[in-house]
Ligand binder design. Sequence first.
Ligand SMILES: [Zn+2]
Length: 59
Amino acid sequence: MAALPPCPRGHEAARIVRDGVQRRGGRERQRYRCTAVGGLYHRFIDALGRTRTLYLTCC
Ligand SMILES: [Zn+2]
């Protein structure tokens, strides 16, 4: 099992789940969904092979 990354927005109590893989420009990026307490959620992408995280949507 691969470890899930923490929420880049600091939602410590949130639940992180995989939300598919996005292909873009020949690269694959793992997409995650962060569901915070109360049902609010947002998605973020962890670029494979990189340490940089891109934000797609916000709460
Ligand atoms: Zn979050």
